[in-house]
Ligand binder design. Structure first.
Ligand SMILES: [Zn+2]
Length: 247
Protein backbone atom coordinates (compact mmCIF):
# COMPACT_ATOMS: atom_id res chain seq x y z
CA UNK A 1 0.00 0.00 0.00
CA UNK A 2 1.34 3.47 -0.88
CA UNK A 3 0.05 7.03 -0.77
CA UNK A 4 -2.45 7.86 -3.46
CA UNK A 5 -2.83 11.55 -4.32
CA UNK A 6 -5.64 12.95 -6.45
CA UNK A 7 -5.72 16.37 -8.10
CA UNK A 8 -9.02 17.58 -9.49
CA UNK A 9 -7.73 19.20 -12.67
CA UNK A 10 -11.30 19.82 -13.75
CA UNK A 11 -14.56 19.14 -11.94
CA UNK A 12 -17.03 21.04 -14.09
CA UNK A 13 -19.83 19.96 -16.39
CA UNK A 14 -20.03 20.30 -20.17
CA UNK A 15 -21.23 23.89 -20.05
CA UNK A 16 -18.64 25.70 -17.93
CA UNK A 17 -20.88 25.92 -14.85
CA UNK A 18 -19.15 27.90 -12.13
CA UNK A 19 -16.32 28.73 -14.54
CA UNK A 20 -14.89 25.27 -13.92
CA UNK A 21 -12.78 23.15 -16.24
CA UNK A 22 -14.29 19.97 -17.66
CA UNK A 23 -13.82 16.51 -16.15
CA UNK A 24 -10.22 15.49 -15.52
CA UNK A 25 -8.64 13.99 -12.41
CA UNK A 26 -4.94 13.21 -11.95
CA UNK A 27 -4.19 10.22 -9.73
CA UNK A 28 -0.61 9.73 -8.54
CA UNK A 29 0.37 6.43 -7.00
CA UNK A 30 4.00 5.28 -7.13
CA UNK A 31 5.50 6.25 -10.47
CA UNK A 32 2.43 5.58 -12.60
CA UNK A 33 0.33 8.77 -12.72
CA UNK A 34 -2.90 8.53 -14.66
CA UNK A 35 -5.83 10.67 -15.67
CA UNK A 36 -9.49 9.88 -15.22
CA UNK A 37 -11.29 11.59 -18.12
CA UNK A 38 -9.80 14.29 -20.33
CA UNK A 39 -12.40 16.91 -21.18
CA UNK A 40 -11.90 19.47 -23.93
CA UNK A 41 -10.44 22.10 -21.56
CA UNK A 42 -8.13 19.72 -19.68
CA UNK A 43 -4.80 20.64 -21.25
CA UNK A 44 -5.30 24.28 -20.18
CA UNK A 45 -5.85 23.20 -16.59
CA UNK A 46 -2.93 20.77 -16.76
CA UNK A 47 -0.75 23.77 -17.65
CA UNK A 48 -2.29 25.95 -14.90
CA UNK A 49 -1.50 23.24 -12.34
CA UNK A 50 2.11 22.89 -13.63
CA UNK A 51 1.60 19.18 -14.31
CA UNK A 52 3.98 17.52 -16.75
CA UNK A 53 1.69 15.77 -19.26
CA UNK A 54 4.57 13.57 -20.45
CA UNK A 55 4.68 11.99 -17.00
CA UNK A 56 1.14 10.68 -17.35
CA UNK A 57 1.21 6.98 -18.14
CA UNK A 58 -2.47 6.23 -18.72
CA UNK A 59 -5.70 8.06 -19.55
CA UNK A 60 -8.99 6.39 -18.59
CA UNK A 61 -12.17 7.79 -20.16
CA UNK A 62 -15.77 7.03 -19.21
CA UNK A 63 -17.57 8.16 -22.37
CA UNK A 64 -17.11 9.94 -25.69
CA UNK A 65 -18.77 13.25 -24.83
CA UNK A 66 -16.56 16.29 -25.28
CA UNK A 67 -16.45 17.17 -21.59
CA UNK A 68 -14.87 13.76 -20.82
CA UNK A 69 -13.06 12.80 -24.03
CA UNK A 70 -12.63 15.97 -26.11
CA UNK A 71 -9.23 16.89 -24.64
CA UNK A 72 -7.47 13.86 -26.13
CA UNK A 73 -6.60 15.41 -29.52
CA UNK A 74 -4.91 18.34 -27.75
CA UNK A 75 -3.19 16.03 -25.26
CA UNK A 76 -1.89 13.72 -28.02
CA UNK A 77 -0.74 16.44 -30.40
CA UNK A 78 0.94 18.36 -27.58
CA UNK A 79 2.81 15.15 -26.72
CA UNK A 80 3.74 14.60 -30.34
CA UNK A 81 4.62 18.10 -31.52
CA UNK A 82 5.37 20.29 -28.51
CA UNK A 83 6.53 18.13 -25.60
CA UNK A 84 8.28 15.49 -27.75
CA UNK A 85 7.00 12.65 -25.63
CA UNK A 86 8.95 9.35 -25.71
CA UNK A 87 7.17 7.43 -22.92
CA UNK A 88 4.44 5.04 -24.01
CA UNK A 89 0.86 6.12 -23.33
CA UNK A 90 -2.16 3.90 -22.70
CA UNK A 91 -5.70 5.14 -23.28
CA UNK A 92 -8.54 2.97 -22.00
CA UNK A 93 -12.26 3.46 -22.27
CA UNK A 94 -15.55 2.04 -23.49
CA UNK A 95 -15.90 -0.27 -26.52
CA UNK A 96 -15.55 1.78 -29.71
CA UNK A 97 -12.72 3.89 -28.26
CA UNK A 98 -10.28 3.36 -31.13
CA UNK A 99 -12.82 4.38 -33.79
CA UNK A 100 -14.06 7.38 -31.82
CA UNK A 101 -10.51 8.57 -31.12
CA UNK A 102 -9.71 8.50 -34.83
CA UNK A 103 -12.92 10.41 -35.57
CA UNK A 104 -12.29 13.15 -33.01
CA UNK A 105 -8.67 13.54 -34.17
CA UNK A 106 -9.88 13.98 -37.74
CA UNK A 107 -12.68 16.38 -36.71
CA UNK A 108 -10.34 18.66 -34.77
CA UNK A 109 -7.10 18.32 -36.78
CA UNK A 110 -7.70 16.69 -40.19
CA UNK A 111 -4.92 14.26 -41.12
CA UNK A 112 -3.71 13.94 -37.55
CA UNK A 113 -4.95 10.41 -36.99
CA UNK A 114 -2.58 9.09 -39.67
CA UNK A 115 0.48 10.90 -38.28
CA UNK A 116 3.18 8.41 -37.15
CA UNK A 117 3.45 8.94 -33.39
CA UNK A 118 6.87 9.34 -31.76
CA UNK A 119 5.71 7.29 -28.74
CA UNK A 120 3.88 4.01 -28.28
CA UNK A 121 0.12 4.50 -28.05
CA UNK A 122 -1.85 1.58 -26.63
CA UNK A 123 -5.63 1.61 -26.89
CA UNK A 124 -7.58 -0.62 -24.53
CA UNK A 125 -11.32 -1.06 -24.99
CA UNK A 126 -12.69 -2.12 -21.61
CA UNK A 127 -15.28 -4.88 -21.72
CA UNK A 128 -17.93 -4.65 -19.01
CA UNK A 129 -17.18 -6.65 -15.89
CA UNK A 130 -13.70 -7.77 -17.04
CA UNK A 131 -10.87 -6.86 -14.67
CA UNK A 132 -8.05 -5.54 -16.89
CA UNK A 133 -4.41 -4.78 -16.04
CA UNK A 134 -3.16 -1.48 -17.43
CA UNK A 135 0.39 -0.78 -16.21
CA UNK A 136 0.20 -0.92 -12.41
CA UNK A 137 -3.57 -0.44 -12.40
CA UNK A 138 -6.37 -2.93 -12.40
CA UNK A 139 -9.47 -1.45 -13.98
CA UNK A 140 -13.01 -2.77 -14.33
CA UNK A 141 -15.74 -1.04 -16.33
CA UNK A 142 -19.44 -1.37 -15.55
CA UNK A 143 -22.26 -0.12 -17.78
CA UNK A 144 -23.52 3.30 -16.72
CA UNK A 145 -27.01 4.65 -17.47
CA UNK A 146 -26.59 7.63 -19.75
CA UNK A 147 -27.61 8.56 -23.30
CA UNK A 148 -28.10 5.42 -25.43
CA UNK A 149 -26.14 6.46 -28.54
CA UNK A 150 -22.77 5.52 -27.03
CA UNK A 151 -21.50 3.26 -24.25
CA UNK A 152 -20.92 5.01 -20.91
CA UNK A 153 -19.11 3.32 -18.04
CA UNK A 154 -18.44 3.48 -14.33
CA UNK A 155 -14.83 2.78 -13.43
CA UNK A 156 -13.54 0.66 -10.56
CA UNK A 157 -9.82 1.33 -10.28
CA UNK A 158 -7.38 -0.52 -8.04
CA UNK A 159 -4.15 1.41 -7.45
CA UNK A 160 -1.67 1.64 -4.59
CA UNK A 161 -3.70 -0.83 -2.57
CA UNK A 162 -6.83 1.37 -2.75
CA UNK A 163 -10.09 1.08 -4.66
CA UNK A 164 -11.45 4.21 -6.38
CA UNK A 165 -14.92 4.31 -7.93
CA UNK A 166 -15.76 6.96 -10.51
CA UNK A 167 -19.38 7.04 -11.55
CA UNK A 168 -18.99 9.02 -14.78
CA UNK A 169 -22.23 10.55 -16.05
CA UNK A 170 -25.08 8.26 -15.09
CA UNK A 171 -28.22 7.56 -13.19
CA UNK A 172 -27.90 5.36 -10.09
CA UNK A 173 -27.38 1.71 -11.16
CA UNK A 174 -27.34 -1.72 -9.54
CA UNK A 175 -23.64 -1.89 -10.45
CA UNK A 176 -22.93 1.19 -8.31
CA UNK A 177 -24.73 -0.48 -5.43
CA UNK A 178 -22.27 -3.37 -5.64
CA UNK A 179 -18.99 -1.61 -6.35
CA UNK A 180 -19.43 1.40 -4.05
CA UNK A 181 -19.81 -0.78 -0.96
CA UNK A 182 -16.23 -2.05 -1.24
CA UNK A 183 -14.24 1.08 -1.99
CA UNK A 184 -11.91 3.63 -0.40
CA UNK A 185 -13.15 6.60 -2.43
CA UNK A 186 -16.22 7.27 -4.56
CA UNK A 187 -16.04 10.16 -6.99
CA UNK A 188 -19.64 10.77 -7.98
CA UNK A 189 -21.19 13.16 -10.42
CA UNK A 190 -23.82 15.23 -8.64
CA UNK A 191 -25.38 17.18 -11.44
CA UNK A 192 -28.32 18.62 -9.55
CA UNK A 193 -29.08 19.02 -5.85
CA UNK A 194 -32.64 17.72 -5.74
CA UNK A 195 -33.82 17.71 -9.35
CA UNK A 196 -34.07 14.12 -10.56
CA UNK A 197 -33.64 13.73 -14.32
CA UNK A 198 -32.75 10.94 -16.71
CA UNK A 199 -29.09 10.13 -17.29
CA UNK A 200 -27.66 12.06 -14.31
CA UNK A 201 -27.24 11.78 -10.56
CA UNK A 202 -28.37 14.30 -7.96
CA UNK A 203 -27.30 14.96 -4.39
CA UNK A 204 -30.51 13.74 -2.74
CA UNK A 205 -30.31 10.38 -4.51
CA UNK A 206 -26.61 10.04 -3.71
CA UNK A 207 -27.11 10.86 -0.04
CA UNK A 208 -29.69 8.10 0.25
CA UNK A 209 -27.95 5.44 -1.86
CA UNK A 210 -24.41 6.03 -0.59
CA UNK A 211 -25.71 5.99 2.98
CA UNK A 212 -27.27 2.58 2.31
CA UNK A 213 -24.04 1.10 0.91
CA UNK A 214 -21.91 2.51 3.74
CA UNK A 215 -19.60 4.61 1.55
CA UNK A 216 -16.34 5.41 3.34
CA UNK A 217 -15.36 8.58 1.52
CA UNK A 218 -17.15 10.53 -1.22
CA UNK A 219 -16.20 13.50 -3.39
CA UNK A 220 -18.85 15.10 -5.59
CA UNK A 221 -18.00 16.46 -9.02
CA UNK A 222 -19.55 17.47 -12.40
CA UNK A 223 -21.92 19.93 -10.72
CA UNK A 224 -24.44 22.23 -12.41
CA UNK A 225 -25.11 25.81 -11.29
CA UNK A 226 -28.03 24.52 -9.17
CA UNK A 227 -25.78 22.08 -7.29
CA UNK A 228 -22.94 24.57 -6.94
CA UNK A 229 -25.32 26.97 -5.20
CA UNK A 230 -26.04 24.25 -2.60
CA UNK A 231 -22.59 22.84 -1.83
CA UNK A 232 -22.76 24.14 1.76
CA UNK A 233 -25.70 21.80 2.35
CA UNK A 234 -23.75 18.75 1.19
CA UNK A 235 -22.52 16.25 3.78
CA UNK A 236 -20.04 15.03 1.19
CA UNK A 237 -16.88 16.84 0.15
CA UNK A 238 -17.41 18.80 -3.08
CA UNK A 239 -14.57 19.08 -5.58
CA UNK A 240 -12.99 22.37 -6.66
CA UNK A 241 -10.63 22.81 -9.58
CA UNK A 242 -7.09 22.29 -8.30
CA UNK A 243 -8.22 20.49 -5.12
CA UNK A 244 -5.85 17.82 -3.77
CA UNK A 245 -6.83 14.88 -1.65
CA UNK A 246 -4.82 11.94 -0.32
CA UNK A 247 -5.86 8.40 0.45
ZN1 LIG B 1 -20.39 15.11 -18.58
Amino acid sequence: MCNVKLTFIGCGDAFGSGGRFQSCILVESGNSPFLIDCGSSSLISIRQNSINPNGIETVLVTNFHGDHFGGLPYFLLDAQLMKKRSRDLAIAGPPGLEKRLTEIMEATFPGSSAMPMRFGLHIEELQPGINTSIGNLRVTAFPAAHLPQDPHIHLRIECGGRVIIYTGDTEWTDALELICADSDLIIAESYFFDKQISYHLDYVTLAQKLGEVGAKRVVLTHMSEQMLAKVRESKFQCARDGMLIEL
